[in-house]
Write a protein that binds this ligand. Structure first.
Ligand code: AP5
Ligand code: MG
Length: 193
């Protein structure tokens, strides 16, 4: 099994690159943002609770997302591996993920961090907001998401760097060129399916 975290700020291209990686390497995609938006659209109790945070650009409490991840991993016992997109976002989530995977006799093998300048992130997300229908793609909320990222999520990169698993990748090339760079890193662990 090969487990990858695609890491980076809002708008860095985690979702975009996940699509290509999933197709090429046949990994199971777990995006906590997508899972939460699905709960919100179905008006589940979890979705109603999560929406309060998401609309403000704040992180949803750790217990909520950790529980969601655990059941998603359990649903796919035959997986070739997982790609985690938008998770973990706090040190507590990273520690919980390590424990979950250890329990399943596996681990995180690689963390690829997409590095994109702040002005480019804002441009991409404002642009996406014109069609995405996402309640958090407007200038005010994007600013808050970036702040949450800087204060709560960036320490996760340090955590994985200490474990020798972090690779920083320039994320402001074209989508295709960024994918090529990411693939070179992944190929060291797993060849395309
Ligand atoms: P989430 O859905 O994870 O959003 P995010 O991290 O803010 O990231 P985005 O999805 O906005 O960006 P992305 O990196 O996926 O970029 P994309 O590929 O779309 O989280 C939303 C909310 O849910 C959070 O604020 C929080 O409330 C909650 N949440 C989720 N997970 C949580 C967790 N673990 N813990 C607590 N709360 C959690 O690309 C962006 C745009 O740029 C697109 O339009 C794309 O077409 C374009 N683009 C991509 N790459 C390029 C390129 N190379 N060149 C030009 N344009 C590009
Ligand atoms: Mg995304």
């Amino acid at each position: 099994m090969f487990n990858l975290i695609l890491f980076g700020p809002p708008g860095s291209g985690k979702g975009t690159q996940s699509e290509n990686i999933v197709k090429t390497y046949q990994l199971e995609h777990i995006s906590t943002g997508d899972l939460l938006r699905d709960e919100v659209s179905r008006h589940t109790p979890l979705g109603v609770e999560a929406k309060k945070y998401m609309d403000q650009g704040l992180l949803v409490p750790d217990e909520v997302v950790i529980g969601m991840i655990s059941s998603k991993i359990d649903e796919r016992p035959e997986a070739r591996g997982f790609i985690f997109d938008g998770f973990p976002r706090t040190k507590a989530q990273a520690e919980a993920l390590d424990k979950l995977l250890e329990f399943k006799n596996t681990q995180i093998h690689l963390v690829l961090s997409l590095e994109v300048p702040a002005e480019e992130l804002m441009k991409r997300l404002i642009n996406r907001g014109t069609t995405s229908g996402r309640s958090d793609d407007n200038e005010e909320v994007i600013g808050k998401r970036v702040k949450e990222y800087q204060t709560k999520t960036e320490p996760v990169a340090t955590y994985y760097n200490h474990h020798g698993k972090l690779e920083r990748v320039k994320g402001d090339n074209t989508i295709e060129d960024t994918f090529k760079i990411l693939s070179k890193h992944i190929d060291k662990y797993l060849l395309p399916a």
